[in-house]
Design a protein around this ligand. Sequence first.
Ligand code: AP5
Length: 219
Amino acid sequence: MLNIILLGPPGEGKGTQAKDLVQRLNFRHLSTGDILREEKEKKTDLGIQIQRYMNQGLLVPNEVVLELLRKKLESLRTDCEGFIFDGYPRNIQQAENLEALLAEMGMQIDMVIFFDVTEELSVQRLSGRRVCSKCGANFHITNMPPKQEGICDYCGGSLYQRDDDTPEVIKKRWATYMEETLPLLNYYEKKGLLYRVDATKPKEEAFRDLMNLIRNLKK
Ligand code: AP5
């Protein structure tokens, strides 16, 4: 099993790349953002609490995310080559929690890929992002427009803009990233697990770089 973390600021393209990776490799995609949105949609007490954090651009408490991740990991741990962790961990405590969780299951982190992008580009990408309400595919109004405005190319579902893709919340998400998540670069560099991809490149080029890194790891 190979376990890979995709790490980086909001909107640098990790969700887009993770979805493409699992089309090509027999990996499972674990996005804590998607897991939390799923819970939010259930409108349970927990879902309402989660929504408050997400809509303010803050991290959901570590123990809440860990329990949801644990359940998902157990349910997906079938016949696959490994996991792509997208958006987890986001602080040192979560990194330690993930190590412990994987160790319980006889696994470890093999590679951490940092997606480097500027704040300006991230804001441009997030403010134009549109997501399919049915299959979750990502589009962008100018960078990756759907063939028909407002309609998903893959399943015909309607496209929507996420509640946290407003200018004020994007700014707060960046601040949270700088304060809580950036220290993870140093943490994983010291462990010799950190690799970088230039995420300012067009989607296909960034994907090629990513695949090359993973192929080298598999050798
Ligand atoms: P999450 O959903 O993980 O949001 P994020 O980290 O801010 O990342 P995004 O999903 O916004 O961006 P992305 O990098 O995946 O970019 P994408 O591929 O969509 O988390 C949301 C919230 O949940 C957090 O703020 C927090 O509250 C909570 N949360 C999540 N995980 C948590 C955790 N571990 N602990 C606590 N709380 C947690 O691309 C963006 C746009 O750019 C798209 O429109 C796409 O089409 C376009 N694009 C992508 N790549 C390119 C390219 N190369 N060129 C041009 N355009 C591109």
